[in-house]
Ligand binder design. Structure first.
Ligand code: BG6
Length: 503
């Protein structure tokens, strides 16, 4: 049996611990890590929030979150009591000297009881506009601790455009060294996203054909059936381009397009990903409609339920022009990918939840079969199913059984659940453990964040200058606006229906 990896003793301070993220994601993930034996024996999780609560109320709220959301939390029982002893709460907004002193006292108390080296992790689960101020306060209060042992975790969005991302990075770097900053993108913690690297670089089979000679184009789809729900206020300031493309889809693009790393260490992987972003061809501003389509959902039907339109959601302006759908065509200007379009699309209130990468290969170079035998003879297609039904599907041509020669498409399928039994860890489990271990491979470095903004900044500028008069332009429960179909149809191609939506 492989022994679970265990980090050194750790004090984790969660700012904004009364919020949704702590309840829904962070503590459920920490709890599952605890049950699986990955948390250090000596660990304290200290929550800080303006909401008035004592330790007992804090623990009760988190127990509820663990029961609902933790992978291993269905019946917390005795394990919960053991875990809950590690949780405590400080009420405050971290702006006054009294709060600084209390936090410092609690951290020292935990550390001094244990003796020896201790990690100190600050998790900023706070609204984005508070991040810079919080970092500055930590610095001013002298709480930044030893560089090797102190880490800060920052949630997306990292800024609202290139200029604000740079300003935020500058503020953070006045207080912390880049090696201490862990910019989290939960997509990078997903097992199937990590598996893109394993699939490409642990097999000799696919890498030799992974380039413009064999690949016609790539599609990356992140479709959600959900609307914006209770996050209308946030979404009004973000939109799909910032919320999804700039962060998650661009990261998936990097993993699909990057060159093989020499070694699996944090800097090497992140360098190779940065190379991709630097090679992305800037979108020509005067032809932006050939490269980008935006949409906003109106009311419609999903699985027999009537859904309201975006403008009717809580916290959303009745005349909002914020996009809930984006389709985008990018080129990566390097030797490997010259001329291969990468089509990215994401949207809310689409017919199904499905995240997939579809690699469409070029057609067979010579048509040796008689026309009557082949039908439409589609080229090979490889689909990496990121979620749900995690797996891989390779579509190829086969001879249909029978006395006559007839070809038909067939699939080779790999299913995670079928092959590796058990539930995979949640993205936050992987990422939180990596922070405690000091492994930054799955986190975004400053240059990647800025390069990501460089890709989308011109689009934001162009959109600011024109109002989308046709919003809402797609019905809930459909695959987005007509402009998205045109975007790919102008190149003589079509969007692939995600596997999750076709079965
Ligand atoms: C978040 C976005 O980062 O990712 C949300 O802010 C989105 O708008 C979510 O719904 C999607 O994540 P997942 O893991 O459900 O695909």
């Amino acid at each position: 049996m492989i022994e679970p990896v265990r980090p050194d003793p750790t004090v984790m301070v969660i700012f904004g611990a009364g919020g949704d993220l702590t309840w829904r994601k962070l503590v459920p993930a920490l709890y599952s890590l605890f049950v699986d034996g990955h948390l250090p024996d000596r660990m304290q999780i200290l929550g800080l929030d303006r909401r008035p609560m004592d330790d007992r109320a804090f623990r009760e709220r988190l127990r509820d979150g663990v029961t609902r959301f933790a992978r291993l939390g269905r019946e917390p029982g005795a394990k919960w009591d053991e875990f809950a002893a590690r949780l405590s709460f400080v009420c405050g907004d971290f702006t006054g000297a009294a709060c600084h002193a209390e936090l410092s006292r609690r951290i020292d108390e935990a550390g001094s009881q244990w003796g020896g080296a201790c990690n100190r992790i600050y998790y900023f689960a706070v609204p984005p506009e508070m991040v810079a101020a919080l970092a500055t306060e930590l610095g001013a209060a002298g709480l930044t601790g030893e560089r090797e042992r102190t880490r800060v975790v920052v949630e997306k969005p990292f800024g609202w455009d290139l200029a604000s991302a740079r300003a935020l990075n500058q503020t953070l770097s006045r207080v912390f060294d880049e090696s201490q900053i862990y910019r989290i993108d939960h997509y990078l913690g997903k097992e199937t996203v990590q598996n893109i690297l394993a699939f490409r670089f642990a097999n000799a089979l696919f890498e030799p054909i992974w380039d413009q000679r064999y690949i016609d184009h790539v599609q990356i789809t992140v479709a959600e059936a959900e609307g914006v729900g209770h996050r209308g206020g946030y979404y009004e300031t973000a939109g799909a381009l910032r919320d999804m493309i700039q962060s998650h889809l661009v990261q998936v693009l990097c993993l699909v397009a990057m060159e093989p790393p020499v070694a699996f260490d944090a800097d090497e992987i992140r360098n190779r990903k940065s190379d991709v972003l630097h090679a992305v061809r800037p979108i020509p501003m005067d032809r932006i409609h050939e490269f980008v389509a935006r949409g906003q959902y109106g009311s419609g039907w999903i699985e027999g339920e009537k859904e309201i339109g975006y403008r009717e959601e809580d916290g959303v302006d009745l005349h909002s022009f914020v996009e809930t759908f984006v389709a985008l065509k990018l080129f990566v200007d390097n030797w490997r990918w010259q001329g291969v379009p990468f089509y990215l699309r994401t949207g809310k209130r689409l017919p199904a939840k499905a995240t997939e990468v579809c690699i469409r290969f070029r057609p067979a170079p010579h048509r040796s079969f008689p026309a009557a035998a082949v039908g439409d003879w589609p080229p090979n297609q490889l689909v990496l199913q990121i979620q749900p039904d995690e797996g891989i599907r390779l579509r190829f041509q086969a001879k249909r059984p029978g006395l006559q020669l007839r070809l038909a498409s067939a699939d080779m399928r790999f299913s995670y659940r079928g092959t590796f039994q058990g539930e995979p860890p949640e993205a936050y489990e992987t990422l939180l453990l990596d922070v405690m271990l000091g492994d930054a491979t799955l986190f975004k470095r400053i240059d990647q964040v800025e390069a990501g903004w460089k890709v989308v900044d011109p689009i934001l500028d162009a959109w600011r200058a024109t109002t989308p008069e046709d919003f809402p332009n797609y019905r809930a429960g459909t695959w987005g606006p007509e402009a998205a179909e045109l975007l790919i149809a102008q190149d003589g191609r079509t969007w692939t229906l995600p596997v999750a939506a076709s079965e």
